[in-house]
Design a binder for this molecule. Structure first.
Ligand code: IPD
Ligand code: CA
Ligand code: CA
Length: 296
């Protein structure tokens, strides 16, 4: 490799490290704010409902988002931002202020509080998730669980870390010996119903299937080897941008459970340690065939 290419790589890596550091600062600061609200009453949490009575947002989601956006904008004023409570559109606040298209190649996909239902019930499984894409491909992932003080970070090509220790996916080689996790989106549509069928089938075919309630953390747990695979239908880019990179960088694989290649902007994901991927995909596809009528 020429010196010039080396320089380009160094430059990319140092940019990625800077982005990771800013994302980490934001996630930790936001996580600490969320923790201060944890265990408060419904009234103090100012619970509001979004798409349905089950889809909630609290003052902690909002305060977390506020602090993250401030930190990101200060460091990278021209980067595009997709943040859940900001409306969840691809139109960044900067774009709407300037009234001009945002041409930045960097996109921040932010979930200021992943696991709001858990948080609302004082169930200690939630996190802040920040994923940064470069030309729509994952570059950096940062997920922070403020209750356990666990910080998950990854940079494309540089591995994934939990509190500074390198993570690896599990070595479980058969579905029979695996522990899986899934989630169900707030809206119950035909795809969700078929995922529930899969939940049933896999519950009997494995050591068990968890439903922990925070997709970004579910993905980090697969990366850390605590769980062997995760699937869910009905997710958004802010749920998976950070966690998908974490799994890949820890040696796992991420795909679309039905259509093969993962589209981060699609709404479904299957993440697993590479060893059980094939067996799991074939189970999912058989289940899909069986419930074909249920899925459009
Ligand atoms: C939700 C959580 C949950 C998943 C839902 C997500 P939120 O995110 O990740 O585990 O099952 O599909 O919407 O609303 O708590 O940020
Ligand atoms: Ca979420
Ligand atoms: Ca959220």
């Amino acid at each position: 490799m020429s010196n010039q290419n080396n320089k380009a790589l160094d430059h990319d890596l140092s940019s990625a490290r800077l982005i990771r550091d800013v994302a980490t600062k934001a996630a930790i600061k936001a996580g600490r704010i969320i923790k201060q609200y944890w265990g408060e009453s419904t009234n103090s949490l100012e619970v509001k409902h979004k798409s349905s009575w089950r889809d909630m947002v609290t003052v902690a989601d909002k305060k977390s988002e506020e602090v993250i956006l401030k930190i990101v904008r200060e460091s990278f004023p021209d980067h595009q931002i997709i943040s859940e409570e900001g409306g969840g559109t691809e139109v960044s606040p900067i774009q709407s202020i300037n009234n001009s298209p945002n041409t930045s190649k960097y996109k921040w996909a932010i979930d200021p509080l992943d696991g709001t239902t858990n948080f609302r019930h004082s169930y200690p499984f939630f996190c802040v998730s920040i994923g940064v894409l470069f030309e729509d491909k994952p570059l950096v992932g940062v997920v922070y669980n403020p209750i356990q003080d666990e910080l998950f970070t990854a940079i494309k090509g540089q591995g994934a870390y939990l509190n500074g220790q390198k993570m690896s996916v599990s070595k479980v080689a058969t579905l029979r010996d695996s522990l899986l996790v899934t989630g169900f989106a707030y809206s119950i549509n035909e795809l969700q119903k078929s995922s529930m069928e899969l939940f049933k089938e896999l519950s009997f075919a494995t050591h068990g299937v968890r439903r922990d309630g925070a997709a970004a953390l579910d993905l980090c747990y697969v990366a850390a080897g605590r769980l062997d695979a995760f699937w869910e239908y009905g997710l958004h880019i802010w749920d998976i941008a950070a966690g998908a990179l974490m799994v890949e960088e820890a040696g796992g694989v991420v795909t679309d459970p039905i259509d093969g290649n993962l589209d981060l902007f699609g709404n479904k994901i299957l993440a697993s340690n590479a060893l059980i991927a094939e067996e799991l995909i074939s189970k999912i596809q058989n289940s899909q065939k069986l419930h074909a009528g249920a899925v459009s």
